[in-house]
Design a protein around this ligand. Structure first.
Ligand SMILES: [Zn+2]
Length: 297
């Protein structure tokens, strides 16, 4: 699934193509993209809108129109936005929408798994909508280690689950959460609320470093991720842990382990990211108590 570095890479290519342009014709071929709204009605509403800005919040692309309306695009699993050559619209069974701009060029939206969404919001609606769903931007100057600590302190989950929660920090998904935890040398199963100041500083640095590395490679090309110009990113060649089960850890050589945390496959190094002593103790104290219970039954 595209995460912050992927969505931001898409945004950077779309911005110069869209800003100042008018949506001349819009065709939405898949009702799932805009449900519960009617695709024909949404397309008609979009026609005539002129783009003022293309921004990003978390994993959302935020297309702001001069009218004050906002189109929120979420790529979910396999969505991609493609600039199509003027005058030719190559056939594509996975294309769900096409926007023809006033310079004659087309922007296509393709989505194999069809989980992506387009939501058209009226003036004033977008900011509260996003504020309720998306937390601090991790690459923003206002995002500090203590802000991260405040966000984590409210979560009664594992560290990994808390990082995946978009309200804790915006834009992290399964890839960059694992990469950030490896960089911070923190075990993904630790309770989110229990980090000390040094650990918070490491995690803050780890999140930023992992995202900036991804951004510098224009994201990772897994599944159907494509940039608007049809190329892909190269971050997938430089993962430290994600998808690298049994390969040696770049830091210590221990084979990377794979487990499941918060329902998601999770990769980590058992040496660099050990369980904290309390966590290990809780586990070992649970086992005998369970066996005592079973023997007494
Ligand atoms: Zn290691």
């Amino acid at each position: 699934m595209p995460e912050l570095p992927e969505v931001e890479s898409v945004r950077r290519q779309l911005e110069p193509a869209l800003v100042g342009r008018r949506f001349e014709r819009v065709r939405i071929d898949d009702a799932r993209l805009v449900r519960p709204h009617d695709p024909v009605e949404v397309a008609a509403e979009l026609e005539g809108e002129r783009v003022a800005a293309v921004e990003r919040r978390g994993k959302y692309l935020v297309v702001r129109f001069e009218s004050g309306r906002v189109l929120l695009i979420h790529l979910r699993m396999t969505g991609s936005v493609l600039r199509l050559p003027v005058g030719s619209l190559p056939g594509d069974p996975h294309r769900r929408a096409v926007v023809t701009l006033d310079d004659g060029s087309d922007v296509g939206y393709r989505d194999v798994r069809r989980f992506g969404t387009w939501l058209l919001l009226e003036p004033g609606e977008a900011d509260p909508y996003l504020a309720a769903r998306v937390g601090d931007e991790p690459l923003d100057r206002l995002f500090t280690a203590s802000r991260l600590g405040e966000g984590l302190a409210r979560r009664r989950t594992s560290l990994k689950a808390a990082l995946l929660d978009q309200r804790t920090v915006a834009g992290l998904g399964n890839i960059y959460a694992d990469e950030a935890l490896w960089r911070a040398r923190l075990n993904p199963l630790r309770p989110a609320a229990g980090l000390d100041r040094a650990e918070l500083r490491r995690l803050h640095r780890g999140i930023r470093a992992a995202l900036e590395h991804g951004l510098a490679r224009q994201g990772s090309t897994l599944r159907d991720y494509r940039l608007p110009d049809g190329t892909g990113g190269t971050m997938q060649d430089e993962f430290r842990v994600y998808g690298r089960r049994d390969e040696p850890c770049d830091r210590c050589g221990t084979p990377i382990a794979r487990t499941r945390v918060a329902g998601r496959t999770t990769w980590f190094c058992t040496t660099c990211q050990p369980e904290e002593p309390a966590q290990a103790a809780r586990r070992s104290s649970r086992r005998p108590s369970r066996s005592r219970l079973q023997s007494s039954l």
